[in-house]
Design a protein around this ligand. Sequence first.
Ligand SMILES: *[C@@H]1O[C@H](CO)[C@@H](O)[C@H](O)[C@H]1NC(C)=O
Ligand SMILES: *[C@@H]1O[C@H](CO)[C@@H](O)[C@H](O)[C@H]1NC(C)=O
Ligand SMILES: *[C@@H]1O[C@H](CO)[C@@H](O)[C@H](O)[C@H]1NC(C)=O
Length: 401
Amino acid sequence: MGYKTLCFGLTCILFAYYIYTPIPKNIEEPWKVRIIDAAIKITSLMATLLEKIGLKRFDELFSIIMKLDYTQPISDENITVMDITFSDIPVRMYLPKRKRENLRPAVIFVHGGAFVLGSCKMTALDLLNRQTAKNLGAVVVGVDYRLGHQYQFPVAHEDVVSVLKFFLQDKILAKYGVDPTRVCISGDSAGGLIAATVAQLIQNDPEFKNKLKAQALIYPGLQVIDTSIPSQRENEHGPLLSKKLALELACLYLTQDKTLPQAMMKNQHMPHGSRHLFKLVNWSTLLPEEYKRNHVYTEPILGRLNPSYSALLDSRLSPLAVNDSQLQNLPLTYILTCQHDILRDDGLMYVSRLQNVGVKVSHDHMEDGIHGALSFMASPVYLQLGIRIKDMYINWLEENL
Ligand SMILES: *[C@@H]1O[C@H](CO)[C@@H](O)[C@H](O)[C@H]1NC(C)=O
Ligand SMILES: *[C@@H]1O[C@H](CO)[C@@H](O)[C@H](O)[C@H]1NC(C)=O
Ligand SMILES: *[C@@H]1O[C@H](CO)[C@@H](O)[C@H](O)[C@H]1NC(C)=O
């Protein structure tokens, strides 16, 4: 039997195995979700193998596949689309063509991908940003910040800050006809985390004269301190995003040393001197009762990791773990959470913390939601859930920005 036949046979067996892995009962289009889930699991396995035999780093196979999905900047009759740079950071800009009497709102979009993958050029996000521009008559800017492992923390964060610093200048807002009082920062997943930290920076830093009107966070990650919250326990194996995959990818933003994701899997990654942060992310006090179920709170275990990573104390990796004083100036907030998502409770806890300090929050919870659905919104694999999430997000912007 030829080598290729053997590989093909093994892939089929794996596919058949993964496709029968149970998924939650209330998920819409279960077969499509199963296929996507099986494809991701097989890619993870291959990525692990390629890494073990020393051919490719874990993230490279994912990166190659995702790049096949990048689109060109294509203008249409309503929107001009351009790939340009703001302060040397590549951005994709969507400008409505129709002349308007009034100034326009603007949305800065920060894509997800665990800090190491993805681009605002992915078909689904291109569609999302284009439709946002069209429906709101808004200027939309997708940011292609530099990615880990090549560029480590806080490069991605700083790139997004640079873009905002550039864009929020009076002369730049005027150039694009943007109303300085109607700017929103948005992001999904890891992009939601970056968006949340950048919003905290802008609202609290007097250097930024023009502030944000809104932030919109779609199934965001919001902390790296406690990796044993109920949603991580319940959804450890996915669908779509397993805890192991999320950690293996996201840790590359800090290091290529595998002991970090391994320690994070066991909630034993925080360095000594970080215990004061636990109360700020304590799910036992911050989650609504219905999400605590029968889970028992256990504190993260300190000081097991050598070398330790002081970056894990940085609030730019855990915007949930800041004091109330840093939250109270935050703008109008939209948070969308998904039930079957390891990041669910990050979003739910941020809703609680923001409401506790009087920030106005709109919260949509998708009872049948799974992580990453927004990225499956275009042919060949589109999920109705992705389209619903897109519509809810854009509707909120239409009503609130
Ligand atoms: C442009 O906008 C018009 C009016 O809303 C719409 O009918 C048309 O389909 C739009 N074109 C594209 C390419 O979206
Ligand atoms: C977390 O909350 C629980 C329940 O309110 C409490 O017993 C525990 O001491 C808290 N732990 C920390 C570190 O805040
Ligand atoms: C929060 O406030 C306490 C006391 O007010 C301070 O010691 C601590 O450094 C602050 N934490 C952060 C993350 O700003």
